[in-house]
Design a protein around this ligand. Structure first.
Ligand code: NAI
Ligand code: MG
Length: 493
């Protein structure tokens, strides 16, 4: 099999029941480097047969009882060993992540470090899952026990490939679930390298299975599979909606993280330089391919012109370059599809608003899916570029008159993942924090993300929370146990 791969193109395999294997069809599909558009690897094109095998392995590992009955201490130690291994291999993982996703190597290094931290966090949390004693009024002991949900199917996107795998696998392992993970078809490589760490860390076969393939042919069969108990999904709102419908037939537990159109709100009293930096960081980090991107930049009228000018001037200085160049601040977008999608929004934006930066393909690149940091201003909040998730380096700057106006505009989208507010007035900042309908709100910053703190959205940005103690809860069922302490018959009849 391996000999059939093109010279220089590494062939990766699925990971099912503790073994690397081809897909049942024997088909592979190419994985590209978005900065060169060259094929760097090929991975199995999993279909329903492979999904069935992976789910059967996960089901058997769960139902045999061996895995859910492993002690929490042991599950925690496995997670610590995985964290240690990730740290040991951090340099090569970061390089592979940058090559496959297009993100700058320096950002990829942060991501890989965050992966290790995530496994450490849930390694520690494994032994801290507590139930309750319920204060029932009878001569009885009533307990609420926390138990693993069972088999979790985890479908992840391409913007933070290994980190999204970590956010989903670590709490599931800590909880005692078994998993089938489907990476995004664009970026499956680091997850498959990570699969090679599992057995050595002591994870029994079948607990984590990884299949690579496309949404409709590998993702959908996973969602429909009757032996899967829970779906954890991060991706587009349209696929999220399909997943809820597909999962309904078997009443699966579902958690969804569907991105957004997050407002980054700047009052006139904010520190001006920090504000400009925060506006750029909020929307252009990771090429703007961020679910919580601050893509709507709301600016108080009295500083608006100055703000647009300063933001555009600084946006033009952002260094685009090859992902592996340590000076690069912005790499190419992940794929030709995404490049075309984002460029179509740039073209649309030119008809909906004024442009202060970007809007043309950066001249210095002959190849690669590069998009210049683009700033639209005088954007009406009802414009499509203000309402639809673009998922690229495109900012929509919108003026507002006062606090009430800012809140109204900020909340006027179907999404509610994140928001940020910049002001030196803590009373005003907190009034706005409370009025924002979003799952994550930053004050005088945008984007810092911690494994200790919950992550997830309001409204159509999804439901359920990842990270922190909330993240493990989504992999647990609650069992009520009643222990009668009366030795007499009930005496009813
Ligand atoms: P997508 O939602 O199609 O892909 C995300 C994951 O879902 C991938 O693993 C994909 O294979 C899987 N998937 C796709 N169709 C499926 C189906 N019918 N059943 C089960 N799984 C399925 O996202 P795509 O097409 O890559 O990007 C389109 C847009 O989605 C982006 O422009 C962006 O706006 C948004 N997006 C949001 C993300 C977020 O973090 N919230 C991440 C990725 C994309
Ligand atoms: Mg899609």
């Amino acid at each position: 099999m391996a000999s059939e791969a093109k010279v220089g193109v590494r062939r990766y395999e699925n990971y099912i029941n503790g073994e690397f294997c081809a897909s049942a069809s024997g088909k592979y599909f190419p994985v590209i480097d978005p900065s060169t558009e060259e094929i760097i690897a090929e991975v199995p094109e999993a279909g329903e047969a492979d999904v069935n095998r992976a789910v059967a392995a996960a089901r058997a590992a769960f139902d045999s009882g061996a895995w859910p009955q492993t002690t929490a201490q042991e599950r925690g130690r496995i997670l610590f060993r995985l964290a240690e291994r990730i740290r040991k291999e951090a340099a090569s993982l970061a390089e592979l992540e940058a090559r496959n996703s297009g993100k700058p190597i320096v950002e990829a290094e942060y991501d890989i470090a965050d992966c290790a931290t995530c496994f450490e966090y849930y390694g520690g949390l494994a032994t801290k899952v507590l139930g309750f004693v319920n204060p029932v009024p009878d001569n009885a002991i009533s307990l609420s026990l926390k138990e693993p949900i069972g088999v979790a199917a985890q479908i992840i996107p391409w913007n933070y490939p290994l980190l999204m795998a970590a956010w989903k696998l670590a709490p599931a392992i800590a909880a005692g679930c078994t998993c089938v993970l489907k990476p995004a078809e664009q970026t499956p490589l680091t997850a498959l390298v990570f699969a090679g760490f599992l057995a050595e860390a002591g994870l029994p076969p079948g607990v984590v299975n990884i299949v690579t393939g496309f949404g409709e042919t590998a993702g959908a069969p996973l969602v429909r599979h009757p032996d899967v108990n829970k779906i954890a999904f991060t991706g587009s709102a349209s696929v999220g909606k399909q997943i809820v419908k597909m999962a309904a037939d078997t009443v699966k537990r579902v958690t969804l993280e569907l991105g957004g159109k997050s407002p980054n709100i700047f009052f006139a009293d904010a520190d001006f330089e920090a504000a400009i930096d925060g506006a750029l960081f909020g929307v252009f980090i990771n090429q703007g391919e961020v679910c919580s991107a601050g893509s709507r930049i709301l600016v108080e009228q009295s500083i608006y012109s100055k703000f647009v000018e300063a933001m555009a001037a600084k946006a033009k200085t952002i260094r685009l370059g090859a992902p592996l160049d340590r000076e690069t601040k912005m790499g190419p977008l992940v794929s030709r599809d995404q490049y075309e999608r984002v460029n179509s929004y740039v073209a649309l934006g030119k008809t909906e608003a004024k442009i202060a930066a970007g809007g043309e393909r950066p001249a210095k690149f002959a190849k690669g899916f590069y998009v210049a940091p683009t700033v639209f201003y005088d954007v009406d909040n009802s414009a499509r570029i203000a309402q639809e998730e673009i998922f690229g380096p495109v900012a929509a700057v919108i003026p507002f008159a006062n606090e009430a106006d800012a809140i109204k505009i900020a909340n006027a989208t179907p999404y509610g993942l994140a928001a940020a507010v910049w002001s030196r007035d803590i009373f005003k900042a907190f009034r706005v924090v409370k009025a924002l309908r979003a799952g994550i709100v930053w004050v005088n910053h945008m984007q810092p993300t911690y494994v200790e703190a919950p992550w997830g959205g309001y409204k159509q940005s999804g439901f359920g929370r990842e990270l922190g103690p909330f993240g493990i809860d989504e992999y647990l069922e609650t069992k009520q146990v009643h222990i009668n302490l009366n030795e007499q018959p009930i005496g009813w009849y």
